[in-house]
Design a binder for this molecule. Sequence first.
Ligand SMILES: [Zn+2]
Length: 95
Amino acid sequence: MVDLNSLKGNELSAAMRGGTEGWGRQASSADNVRYSVKITGRGRRSICSCGCKNKATDIGMANGLGLTSGCEFSVALWVRTGKIKTMENLRRLWK
Ligand SMILES: [Zn+2]
């Protein structure tokens, strides 16, 4: 069981909305509440894969597990749609 007191921000609100069954053990971007957290700490920061050429600053999470990472923008889109940013998605969703 996850201790809700150890969660905060987006993570806590996702846990409250989606429940914590399997939290930290299994996650599905389709079935669990998606949320983002900021990458903290130094090092190991990859380049965002969306094509923006920025560093990845956010992690796309569901059920306590990181499923994707990227720039704030692409992860926000993933949280909203469950899809990694593509130019088609962009045109459709961010007009
Ligand atoms: Zn990006």
